[in-house]
Design a protein around this ligand. Structure first.
Ligand code: 5GP
Length: 206
């Protein structure tokens, strides 16, 4: 029996450093696949279609909603974002671990459809630091910046709906914590025990 991959779902307020954390984790673990979402927002400087996101228009996005192409989708800050379903499910069935970096509404939808996923909430070390990080990115308009910051206050309560939290102070420590979570999750009895029992039983005592 082939072991399924683990679905890692990461959320947290804008400025918590989810992107940096996921990138750093991937550097240590290139075997983890980061799913590429579709979005209707415009690309930022340096972003590439098919690398950071699949940038598509609203009409195309809504067509794909009707075709049930998304594992989850949500409207975040006036734009649609969605996770391509077939690609993610196929990789998990092949045994690849897949990471989704998605907002809270999307994560809660995934939780319903795929409860064996691992749901991780990334927190900033403080709200002051969160604001510094959003401002420091320099990529937002004043309006978008204020929207992201006020949403962050509301979003923090949702940590209760997740399995784990990671305070993203230094990236090294946060990656270490992330690795510990993955390692513990891979030893969960419900994930691997049938395969383990079969392996033990195959072996003949001498
Ligand atoms: P950004 O515009 O900064 O790239 O992303 C804005 C928010 O959308 C972030 O919280 C990010 O995690 C979330 N997001 C990115 N891709 C998806 C997705 O496929 N689905 C959902 N629900 N949220 C997403």
């Amino acid at each position: 029996m082939k072991k399924k991959g683990v679905l890692l779902v990461v959320s947290g307020p804008s400025g918590a450093g989810k992107g940096t954390l996921c990138k750093a984790l991937r550097q240590n673990h290139p075997e983890i696949l980061i799913s590429i979402s579709a979005t209707t927002r415009s690309s930022r400087a340096g972003e590439q279609d098919g690398v950071n996101y699949f940038f598509i228009d609203k009409e195309n996005f809504e067509k794909r909603i009707d075709q049930e192409d998304f594992l989850e989708y949500a409207q975040v800050y006036d734009n649609y974002y969605g996770t391509p379903k077939a690609f993610v499910i196929e990789r998990l069935m092949e045994g690849t671990d897949v990471l989704l970096e998605i907002d809270i509404q999307g994560a809660l939808q995934v939780r319903k459809k795929y409860p064996e996923g691992v749901f991780i909430f990334v927190l900033p070390p403080s709200m002051k630091e969160l604001k510094n990080r959003i401002v420091g990115r320099g990529s937002e308009t004043k309006e978008s910046l204020e929207m992201r910051f006020s949403s962050a206050y509301e979003e923090i309560d949702f940590v209760k709906k997740y399995d784990y939290y990671i305070i993203n102070d230094t990236v090294e420590e946060a990656v270490h914590k992330f690795e510990s979570i993955i390692s513990a999750e891979k030893s969960r009895v419900f994930r691997e025990i049938e395969e383990l029992i079969a392996e033990f039983k195959e072996e003949q005592p001498c």
